[in-house]
Write a protein that binds this ligand. Structure first.
Ligand code: MCA
Ligand code: AMP
Length: 470
């Protein structure tokens, strides 16, 4: 059996239901794997393959096709600006581009994806240690790094979740999250295919679309980032329609307790929270039959170990209060950052644990609460991870900008919203937002630019961001 077969289970399993529906267009399981087989034929032996990862059936076919061929998938956000896209393509060494061609010439051969194509092609067996995906993710400084995810990490993550949530082929998974991150693509597409539960993707995660999928398509398992649940809570009719679901899941950022309570009151059930990270895929979750407490993300999934340590590396007391650094070990952890041995080494302890960079507490029942990031330079906005350094570099690239500092300020809808403090000679705030928009994805644009005379700095010349966020 090939690794892809090992990832998806018996791909020929007969099932008359639509396996994947995106924005109303569906493929049965046999049709999906046959269309993916046609992609696999085209990409076999190509090395890494960039996938234009818009929210479409073609993206699902393209990703599955690469995995059937053993070609590492590099998901490219459909709205990524030229600067970001060039970096991802160069850094990953992608040899082909799958899907809609980019507006600019990107110097790669474009392979169109046809969901109606059919082929029985599957590639030679691959090992669990082979790279399935290279997923680009922001750090505190510099350009995004490619997290190398082997088949092993994907399989362990999906099995851990299926076990935690009693996720079976009887479930119908519903979400409308982007198809270029762990949450929407790995958990939300590959998870459904591995378990064999139909996926209904609503293209955007709008409350009315989630509600319609409950009544019209029997949605039982729902994924959303906290911003999605906050919008559901603000739409009582849609929230009530989700009362028929089996499990509502929140992840990718902290769920505000008020949203937890509002969803519980309207849908008759609180969301289940879980915690993950591009580098560790999924690690900690509240089990379907576990206690749901606002702000607590549960226990490690099967195959994952966690520890929370103090500054001297000693485990903190599991008293539900003492804060320490969260570290993870297990099969879901990545291989490292592509071509960045120093960054990989810096992210790993001497005894082999991954440093998440998140501060957390543990209680006597083994439940984890994520307190926040250790560095204010990694911002979570609408569930998207944005590195302040990448946005600052884009701003500094504008000829009239001499200094820039980007921070995340609290936002009731997005969790954090990007605000840039900029010293500029003559440029207007709107010009600077447009300048960033021309280089990076939509969610990396500052929502607000505040023009200032100078930035507060310490004696070493480092910007004192705490003064900007206060
Ligand atoms: C968005 N817009 C903007 C900006 N951002 N305009 C100016 N400046 C910006 N910075 C535009 C949008 O294009 C849109 O326009 C309109 O403003 C509304 O945007 P927004 O309020 O952001 O709403 P949205 O576009 O509906 O987005 C909210 C969202 C989105 C749907 C919650 O943030 C989202 O999909 N987040 C999911 C992120 C995610 O999947 N993260 C998982 C990472 P128009 O309407 O014209 O298009 S994986 C992970 O974290 C791990 C491993 C884990 O644990 O899961
Ligand atoms: P990303 O690499 O985009 O997946 O971002 C990972 C980061 O998202 C983690 O390091 C956390 O800071 C944050 N995160 C993910 N899930 C949760 C959660 N359930 N609660 C709080 N923070 C979360």
């Amino acid at each position: 059996m090939s690794a892809a077969n090992a990832l998806f289970g018996a791909i020929e399993r007969s099932d008359d239901r639509p396996a994947v529906t995106v924005d109303g267009a569906s493929l049965r399981r046999d049709e999906l794997f046959a269309a993916a087989g046609a992609v696999a034929e085209r990409v076999r032996g190509a090395g890494a393959v960039a996938v234009h990862a818009d929210a479409s059936l073609s993206t699902v076919v393209a990703v599955v096709g690469c995995l059937l061929a053993g070609a590492p998938v590099v998901p490219v956000p459909p709205d990524s600006g030229p600067r970001e896209r060039e970096h991802v393509l160069r850094d990953s060494g992608a040899a082909l581009w799958l899907g809609t061609p980019s507006a600019e010439d990107i110097g790669l051969d474009v392979v169109p994806v046809d969901p109606t194509a059919r082929s029985t092609f599957h590639a030679a067996p691959a090992s669990d240690a082979d790279t399935a995906m290279i997923m680009y993710t922001s750090g505190t400084t510099g350009s995004p790094k490619g997290a190398v995810l082997p088949y092993r990490a994907l399989a362990a993550s999906l099995d851990g979740l299926a076990d935690a949530w009693a996720w079976t082929p009887d479930d119908v998974l519903v979400h409308g999250l982007p198809l270029f991150h762990v949450h929407g693509l790995i958990l939300g597409v590959l998870g459904a295919l591995r378990v064999g539960s139909p996926l209904v993707h609503t293209r955007r995660p709008r409350p009315e679309a989630y509600a319609a999928a409950a009544t019209e398509r029997g949605g039982s398992l729902y994924f959303g980032v906290p911003t999605v649940w906050s919008r559901v809570a603000a739409d009582p009719a849609s929230a009530r329609a989700l009362g028929s679901a089996r499990l509502l899941v929140s992840g990718s950022a902290a769920l505000p307790p008020s949203v937890f309570r509002d969803v519980a009151a309207l849908a008759g059930q609180p969301p289940v929270e879980r915690y993950g990270m591009t580098e560790t895929v999924i690690t900690i979750a509240v089990r379907a039959d576990g206690e749901r407490r606002p702000g607590w993300v549960g226990v490690p999934i099967a195959g994952v170990e966690s520890r929370i340590v103090d500054d001297s590396g000693q485990p903190v007391t599991p008293d539900g209060e003492t804060i320490g650094d969260l570290q993870i070990r297990g099969d879901t952890v990545f291989e490292g950052y592509l071509g960045r041995p120093e960054a990989t080494a810096a992210s790993t302890t001497e005894d082999g644990w991954f440093r998440t960079g998140d501060a957390a507490v543990l209680d006597a029942a083994g439940y984890h609460r994520i307190v926040g990031r250790r560095s204010s330079d990694l911002i979570k906005t609408g569930g998207y991870r944005v590195g302040a350094g990448e946005v600052e570099a884009a701003l500094l690239d504008h000829p009239s900008v001499s200094e820039a500092a980007v921070v995340g300020l609290p936002d009731p809808d997005l969790g954090q919203r990007l605000v840039a403090f900029v010293v500029a000679d003559g440029a207007r705030a709107e010009d600077l937002i447009q300048h960033v928009a021309g280089q990076l994805s939509v969610h990396k644009r500052p929502r607000e630019v505040r023009l200032v005379d100078s930035l507060p700095r310490n004696a070493m010349g480092k910007v004192r961001k705490a003064l900007l966020t206060d």
